[in-house]
Ligand binder design. Structure first.
Ligand code: CMP
Length: 138
């Protein structure tokens, strides 16, 4: 069993795609073990994406992430990290496989509907960034 962090980004929330994302998670055996809707502060968005702080898109990305509420979820399942990444599709929606969330809905590389942890270490730190132990069910 593995856990991973999922975020429905401000564009996904604004476009009414929360249910669509959750439907795909549930249909693919990714169990939601924690969930909340929050408005990130700039400092929180910058902290979350700290690994990208030197990238040219950092300022734009963090401003986008505070442009509206996000839905943050911890997911659990076998190979959850890789299987959720497969469901999301490539970061760049133009390179995402058919039938993935980003291929079906994203319109820009930055506004790509969802975020998912990229490995076990980031999953653990990202889940801990948003949820304490009492908020994770089971
Ligand atoms: P995410 O999976 O949340 O991880 C980092 C985010 O940065 C990514 O999704 C995109 O939203 C954004 N991103 C990655 N590459 C670029 C890029 N070349 N230009 C703009 N935004 C990017």
């Amino acid at each position: 069993m593995e856990r991973t962090l999922s975020i429905v980004k401000p564009d996904g929330v604004a476009r009414g795609l929360i249910g669509e994302v959750i439907k795909r998670l549930e249909q693919n055996d990714l169990k939601i073990v924690a969930m909340k809707m929050i408005y990130l502060s700039l400092a929180q968005a910058q902290g979350f994406y700290a690994v990208h702080k030197d990238k040219p898109f950092f300022e734009s990305l963090t401003n986008f992430m505070i442009s509206g509420p996000v839905v943050v979820m911890a997911l659990e399942g076998e190979r959850a990290i890789a299987r959720y990444r497969d469901l999301m599709g490539a970061t760049d929606y133009r390179k995402a496989a058919e039938g993935t969330i980003r291929k079906d809905f994203a319109k820009e590389i930055e506004k790509n509907i969802v975020h998912g942890s990229d490995g076990p270490e980031s999953a653990a730190s990202e889940i801990g960034y948003f949820f304490n132990r009492l908020e994770l069910v089971a």
